[in-house]
Design a protein around this ligand. Sequence first.
Ligand code: ATP
Ligand code: MG
Ligand code: MG
Length: 429
Amino acid sequence: SYRKGGYHAVRVGDSFAAGRYIAQQKLGWGQFSTVWLAYDTQSSKYVALKIQKSAPQFAQAALHEIEILCAIADGDPSNEKSVVRLVDHFKHVGPNGQHLCMVLEFLGDSLLRLIKYNRYKGLQLDKVREICKCILTALDYLHEKLGIIHTDLKPENILLCNTINPSKDPIRSGMTPILERPEGNPNGGVSMSSIEKKLKQRARRAIARISERRASMGGVGVVPKPARCLDGIDLRCKVVDFGNACWADRPIAEEIQTRQYRAPEVILQSGYSFAADMWSFACTAFELATGEMMFAPKNGQGFSEDEDHLALMMELLGKMPRKVATGGARSKDYFDRYGDLKRIRRLKYGSLDRLLVDKYKFSDADAREFAGFLRPIFDFEPEKRPTAKQCLQHPWLNTVNQAHGELKSESSDEKVNVGMNNLQIKLRK
Ligand code: ATP
Ligand code: MG
Ligand code: MG
């Protein structure tokens, strides 16, 4: 993809915007861009530099993303809404064409990385709560104040405000910025670290081979690794990647969202709005708490991925109301006129709190409370799902987990109408 119309090749020490930003190291990449840690010589701060591919369709997408990011920044001057901040944008001409560049505030690892780091065991509920509050703050702002639907909410697109590994955090580790391209090294200083990487890789492979051999000799030494401790890490985060976001009154695409986080109304093509983000939010919250995706559909013999997805939803959440099942442009492909799936006939019904207890070993109280928070968001009827603002009011977000899994509310004895299915919840002292 490093050709005309594609990515712009960057070397450590390269400068951008007439010398203002200097590339330090690659942070990541996507289908549209590469993202570099850069040093801003004007503010003396690190920033993330997103360099878009140059072909017209990518430039178009970048302009759209910049428009959305500008609206986000304008509406939140004090930068407190848990959404990534656009600092600057400009054009950069290179051998592959003209690239639109976005300068974003520098953020840390994604929630997907955090889940992996925690060995897919699920985070402590107190941590999940903190992250949920951030995401909901962002969604409430985007939905209520700006009228924007993110349309691709998932752990990968939510970044922590710091990195999990302090030695890799240029700010916390006090890294000195590189101000020019390292001399005598045509590759811009990458060769040393790539040798190091290769050595580390080789060592890792050797260790893997040894433990494989041990496993084949009767499993000696293959103890499952415990979850890592995240105590003391402040888990604030921000929503990123507005490349697919749209204004609710101007939806751009029919099919939105990444498969596993896709809402039923999107699959059935019954029209979508803000509530589609809420569905993805609930899938994300479940994944944070359990380490596994809420729905991981696969196609099979005689049924498609969409049909498996709908079946998985109903097995966990109950049968879809007939008028919802039959109300979308694509309903006839999947459902008969009674609202039963045409090609997957026998469903194994369960419930969210049973799943949390049986499979993920939650205590009864934890499962009940967490499912009580999530379940209303997983309403098949998008109009009935609580809004981000209503979710922020939910008692589950305002409780602290006790040592014995008992739940205690921070608020005192009062009745709170959380606005979810007219549910009245009495808070305990
Ligand atoms: P996609 O194919 O997901 O649409 P994209 O080309 O639009 O990708 P992003 O998802 O915005 O690019 O960014 C790609 C990666 O770069 C992210 O997954 C993340 O690892 C890193 N990244 C993006 N923004 C930042 C930031 N502000 N701070 C630190 N890293 C970032
Ligand atoms: Mg992305
Ligand atoms: Mg994108």
